[in-house]
Design a protein. Structure first.
Length: 508
């Protein structure tokens, strides 16, 4: 009798173990806006500490070479949903004439076939309403930092009092608390931070005032032999708006972004930014001093919004821990692209240069991804969807253009057949920042860019010897061989990803 009971117990334990192994993981993707690697301490930032993002990296993996296909907000969200390039999923830019086609195949639809409960909360920015989510509540367009409006599934627009980063966390945790616990969940937390115009939470005003940030080495870039860089309109010096971006004597009485502040918030903003305005008055007639001051103000506000972002990521991680969900939940933190924090004298994104081409990506999955992994392989945001699908045990549809790097995370072994180059294509011109459309190829050492539209131009950079991408090598005889090879590889990639526009330009 004892032996029989022991046998039954052993069988039960084996069955329970097998069932646990087959249990589908929850998937939580925290997707921020314009948050760049330079502002994340896990990536070696010297200007910002992000302990909660760092925690995800420490408990899982950090990807060191993650790139985007098109460095701009809405198209990057479309890539996250589809695993396909902009010209394939149909959303190439942020313009009002383009809307995301929600009828097409998307990650949440594929996960729902595996009995996942799905949700999207926060910034959506795709000019069409979400489809095939069990729950969603989204910011209209870019959304507001204070007292933001949200569109719910009844298509009602409701205003919620408070600071947007806190509210997005509140709504996300509320859904997690009320979800069907019998099903695994897939949830995207769409953050507004750190998007322009960088309005800090009241508690973060002045958080970085005691710091004098070092200016990037190429802040005073002369854009020599780089016409597109010369003709852009995204400099800290000339493009930033004094009252809007830098908040100098802003109008708190009109119904715009500052008019949304509550009376208490207005008082705090006025007290703080009146002091900032006094600083501005002291330097406004000194061109050299003014540009340095603008740079410092820009970073202080940008990093303050990032501070609230990281703090709220901590709230979400704490919830997963306390609810007993952490052990079976894949947590991803990433952004729609990188951003310029003064490099080349800029803010914003768009260019194929490193600061906006790169995006952060950290992921943890206890028991599957060994803590502390660092991945140097070249990953592109089209790879996010197939990776999550494979980790959920779902077959990857053949029309998805990305590749899964799940095995790389689980085994911590490089795949010798993994990509050696990535492909990029940016379209939006001329508004709002006059950046010429361009496409290109990046290898681990070289980058070749083809500008088209208002003018035709090529740029070639040796990234190992020119980390600031200041020296255009295109046309120099000693680089003819590598240029020819890169052009051949560029044509090959454009054809592989079915980019007919680029192929037509290259084969003229």
């Amino acid at each position: 009798m004892y032996i029989r009971s022991l046998t039954i117990l052993c069988c039960l334990l084996i069955w329970l173990s097998s069932t646990a192994q087959k249990k589908s993981p929850n998937i939580l993707v925290i997707f921020s806006d314009d948050h760049t690697q330079q502002a994340i301490s896990a990536y070696g930032s010297a200007i910002m500490q992000t302990p909660n993002i760092d925690r995800i990296a420490r408990e899982g993996a950090i990807l060191k070479n993650t790139f985007v296909t098109n460095s701009i907000c809405a198209p990057s969200r479309a890539v996250l949903l589809t695993g396909k390039y902009s010209h394939v999923n149909g959303l190439i830019d942020n313009s009002s004439k383009n809307k995301f086609d929600g009828s097409q195949q998307q990650i949440q639809k594929l996960l729902k076939q595996k009995n996942y409960q799905t949700a999207w909360v926060g910034k959506w920015h795709l000019r069409s309403l979400p489809q095939a989510f069990d729950y969603w509540t989204i910011l209209p367009d870019q959304g507001n930092y204070f007292q933001p409006d949200f569109i719910n599934m009844n298509n009602d627009t409701l205003r919620i009092n408070g600071y947007v980063t806190n509210i997005i966390s509140d709504l996300s945790l509320e859904w997690l608390n009320q979800r069907d616990t019998a099903k695994p969940f897939f949830m995207v937390v769409g953050e507004k931070a750190t998007h322009r115009n960088w309005m800090p939470a009241v508690e973060d005003l002045g958080a970085f005032d005691d710091i004098e940030f070092p200016m990037p080495k190429n802040f005073y870039d002369d854009y020599k032999n780089r016409r597109a860089a010369f003709e852009q309109d995204m400099t800290v010096d000339k493009t930033m708006i004094i009252d809007d971006d830098l908040k100098i004597r802003a109008n708190y009485d009109e119904p715009g972004i500052f008019g949304r502040l509550s009376e208490t918030e207005k008082e705090a903003y006025k007290i703080y930014f009146d002091k900032v305005a006094d600083q501005y008055d002291k330097v406004k007639n000194d061109k050299a001093a003014l540009i340095k001051w603008k740079y410092q103000r820009y970073l202080k506000d940008y990093l303050s919004t990032a501070r609230a972002l990281d703090r709220n990521i901590g709230r979400i991680l704490k919830y997963l821990d306390s609810a007993g969900l952490a052990e079976n939940t894949i947590v991803v933190y990433t952004s729609d692209q990188g951003f310029y924090l003064g490099e080349h004298g800029w803010f914003d994104k768009r260019f194929m240069y490193e600061e906006s081409l790169r995006t952060p990506f950290v992921i943890k999955y206890p028991g599957k991804i060994k803590p502390g992994i660092s991945v140097d392989d070249m990953v592109v945001n089209i790879d996010f969807t197939p990776t999550l699908l494979e980790m959920a045990g779902i077959s990857i549809p053949p029309d998805i253009q990305g590749k899964s790097f799940a095995s790389r995370l689980i085994t911590n072994k490089s795949d010798q057949d993994w990509r050696k180059a990535m492909y990029y294509h940016y379209y939006e011109y001329p508004r709002p920042h006059n950046v010429a459309p361009h496409f290109g190829i990046r290898t681990m050492r070289y980058k070749l860019i083809r500008f088209y539209g208002p003018f035709d131009a090529w740029e070639l950079f040796d990234l190992s010897n020119d980390k600031t991408e200041s020296n255009n090598l295109y046309g120099k005889p000693e680089f003819d061989t590598i240029t020819l090879q890169l052009k051949l590889d560029l044509v090959k990639l454009a054809k592989e990803y079915k980019d007919d526009l680029a192929v037509g330009i290259l084969e003229k």
